[in-house]
Ligand binder design. Structure first.
Ligand code: NDP
Ligand code: OXD
Length: 311
């Protein structure tokens, strides 16, 4: 059985092979650049495969995304649409994301960016009043695997948390809002907006002027969903007008974020390099091996992309 891998580049293939020797020694692991017989490929573990290549594997059974999102795979216009795509969501992905959101929320709450900027100017500034977690109502857009894990961790630390999703959600202790009808109420009760939505047609550009204007003045933003969620100029305008206080942004329409982007130097913005949740190769190989084994047994797989929903 052959698995072809397009994740981490040619320099990562030795490590992938070493990991799969542990978790699935029966697999023949090939690098994306290697010249393999296309008909020998059963499985593909990919992040952003070059367009057209997946369609050349006539016996492919399953596409496994190297990440939780599948937008980089769907971007291929010749993608074999009949094949299932498994999203890489592991317990480790959830922990990493939850800790990223918690860290970011605490940094925003305590104004850490301003303190660090002051230090670079040797400027001693005492803030008038300090906020603690209980003072900051966090609203999470997207109550999926990552949104819920983040909500639970934030709640444990004392942040009042609510969530917003497409359908109604009934998680104990987590007030939630659903759909466009309740979006305005959700935003009006949010001091720190966290975006953990998937990239779909209906979430494109959702972090725009109108959305931001419905937050209370002085609210802040964390985006660890996708760059396509942001209308960057609208975020910059909201920061410049003071309506938005701070933003921590992990994902961008163009990655790496180009050096000329005004986000790099804006005093209200922290840029992180799409690093919120990246499980290591050991974790991803372990998860991939479980998926392949389950698929070979004919079992239903978890977290399969649903083309009807778009995520
Ligand atoms: P899930 O599919 O588990 O959850 C998605 C959530 O978004 C669901 O609650 C869903 O609603 C909600 N949703 C989808 N469309 C809409 C909409 N139009 N309006 C309102 N709510 C909507 O996804 P995950 O939690 O696993 O992952 C979320 C995203 O996080 C990924 O797609 C990826 O883009 C991003 N990500 C970023 C990483 C990083 O390092 N920055 C790492 C990993 C993922 P419902 O519950 O009703 O279905
Ligand atoms: C993912 C990501 O989708 O890293 O896993 O963004």
């Amino acid at each position: 059985m052959r698995l072809i891998i397009n994740s981490g580049g040619p320099q990562a293939i030795d490590e992938w092979r070493a990991q799969f020797r542990v978790f699935a020694p029966e697999l023949d692991v090939a690098g994306w650049q290697e010249d393999v017989d296309p008909s020998s490929v059963d499985y593909a573990l990919v992040w952003a495969p070059d367009a057209g290549r997946l369609a050349t594997f006539p016996n492919l059974k399953l596409i496994i995304s190297a990440g939780a999102g599948v937008d980089h795979i769907l971007a291929d216009p010749t993608l074999p649409r009949h094949l299932p795509i498994a999203r890489m969501v592991t317990a480790r992905t959830q922990t990493e994301m939850a800790e990223f959101v918690l860290t970011s929320a605490l940094m925003i709450t305590r104004g850490v960016k301003r303190i660090v900027d002051n230090q670079s100017r040797r400027h001693w500034e005492i803030f008038d009043s300090l906020r603690v977690a209980a003072d900051v109502r966090v609203g999470i857009m997207g109550l999926g695997h990552l949104g819920v894990a983040s909500a639970q961790l934030l709640s444990r630390v004392g942040f009042p948390v609510s969530g917003w999703s497409r359908g109604a959600s009934t998680l104990p202790g987590l007030p939630s809002y659903a759909g466009q009808e309740q979006f305005g109420d959700f935003l009006a009760n949010t001091d720190l907006l966290v975006c953990l939505l998937p990239a779909t047609d209906s979430t494109r550009g959702i972090l725009n002027r109108d959305t931001l204007s419905r937050l209370p003045k002085g609210a802040s933003l964390i985006n660890a969903g996708r760059g396509s969620h942001m209308v960057t100029q609208d975020i910059l305008d909201a920061l410049d007008s003071g309506h938005l206080d701070q933003a921590i942004l992990d994902v961008f329409e163009q990655e790496p974020l180009p050096p000329e982007s005004p986000l790099w130097s804006h005093p209200g913005v922290i840029v992180t390099p799409h690093c919120a949740a990246i499980p290591d190769r050991k974790e991803r190989a372990r998860h991939t091996a479980l998926l392949i084994a389950a698929n070979e047994r004919g079992e239903a797989l978890p977290n399969i992309y649903d083309p009807q929903r778009g995520y």
